[in-house]
Design a protein. Structure first.
Length: 109
């Protein structure tokens, strides 16, 4: 395997990708692993959306989200503004998407 890795004949990108996904698959069943990975990749608005989607029925407040993300309200507002969105918009969008899925599933039932 080492000789293969050092050879010039291999398709480096595909092999590297395969090796990466193989290593990640080892941890796929560990609780919280996927969340850990996505937290490093997602935008702030994506993180907020994930939190809201976990408990749509919860009456989320900006302070609750800040507590989950370990940041101040002013910093969260600033970061969301940089992403051209707001907490209210994310919360509304999440609820509307859920309602849309619910409505669609009821139509086909």
């Amino acid at each position: 395997m080492i000789a293969y890795l050092n050879s010039e004949e291999r398709n480096h990108h595909n092999f590297s990708e395969l090796l990466l996904f193989s290593c990640l698959s080892i941890f796929a069943t560990c609780k919280g692993f996927i969340t850990l990975l996505t937290n490093g990749v997602l935008s702030v608005s994506g993180k907020v959306r994930n939190i809201v989607n976990m408990k749509l029925a919860h009456p989320w407040k900006l302070k609750d989200i800040c507590d989950c993300l370990y940041i101040s309200e002013s910093l969260l507002k600033k970061k969301l503004k940089q992403e051209q969105t707001t907490f209210s918009q994310i919360s509304l969008d999440a609820r509307m998407q859920h309602a849309k899925k619910f409505d669609t599933s009821r139509r086909f039932s």
